[in-house]
Design a protein around this ligand. Structure first.
Ligand code: BTN
Length: 250
């Protein structure tokens, strides 16, 4: 039996509003629909044990076996000028969680959390607009807790927290993450959030390949600016400012 039930989650996370699904399409889709229908309070959360249409960045799919990951979407109401910081916050709280077990996690720009170069978790922020009105933001987080990647295509590129931290309780992990999200979500524009995110970036000063929809380029990841854009010095000496995309180290 799963460690998650609607009752257990409601009781442990009260007074937060919680929607739990044993199986659903995508928690981000549910949270977006929730925002379109009403005004869920900041900190409301949609959790699933399994997603059939889980979504990742850049149109990729995201799947995890039931009971072996944390998959949830956190709702917040930031000012429009703080949208750039929501994904940073997602990556930061996952790093902080690993650090409570004495494990150093790093961020691969923009917001993949890695341990020893293997992906621990991904974040997917999405804004819900009605015309010019920002109704709210959904921050989707997928954290590998106890997935066994041996023998899969991800064996060298992904990692579960339990592999390095020992036996874990998913509800305890979720509660800790939500508390840190509550803390940072009212400090999105702060220097403190930006500084904490920046100091965990794993690839500054290293050679990277930039993968973009319109092609790719190579250069050195020189810096990030205050909005989180990556500044890459190409071999031709030009400085590129990337606001979205993927990079490969080396
Ligand atoms: C990435 O590509 O790294 C981001 C992955 C985000 C996955 C999470 S799981 C919970 C939430 N619901 C989704 O459909 N996606 C996010």
């Amino acid at each position: 039996m799963s460690d998650f039930t609607g009752e257990r989650l409601q009781a442990a996370l009260a007074p937060r509003a919680v929607h739990f699904y044993r199986q659903t399409g995508s928690t981000n889709d549910h949270a977006m629909a929730w925002l379109e229908e009403g005004i869920p309070t900041a900190g409301s959360v949609v959790i699933a044990d399994e997603q059939t249409h889980g979504r990742g960045r850049m149109g990729r799919a995201w799947y995890a076996p039931p009971g072996a990951a944390l998959m949830f979407s956190y709702i917040l109401h930031p000012p429009a000028n703080a949208l750039a910081y929501v994904g940073m916050m997602g990556a930061l709280v996952c790093c902080e969680l690993a650090e409570t077990y004495g494990i150093r996690a790093g961020i691969k720009w923009p917001n993949d959390v890695q341990i020893d170069g293997r992906k621990l978790c991904g974040v997917l922020p999405e804004a819900c607009w009605r015309g010019a009105e920002l109704r709210g933001v959904v921050l989707g987080i997928g954290l590998n807790v106890s997935i066994n990647f041996a023998g899969t295509e991800f064996k060298d590129t992904a990692l579960s927290l339990q592999t390095v931290a020992g036996k874990l309780d998913r509800l305890d992990l979720l509660d800790r993450l939500l508390q840190r999200l509550d803390y940072w979500s009212v400090r999105l524009n702060s220097d403190d959030l930006y500084t904490n995110w920046r100091e965990r970036l794993a690839m500054l000063g290293r050679r990277v390949t930039i993968n973009r929809i319109d092609g790719y380029a190579e250069g050195v990841a020189e810096s990030v600016d205050r909005l989180g854009a990556l500044l890459i010095r190409t071999d031709a000496g030009t400085l590129h400012r990337m606001i979205a995309g993927d990079i490969t180290l080396g």
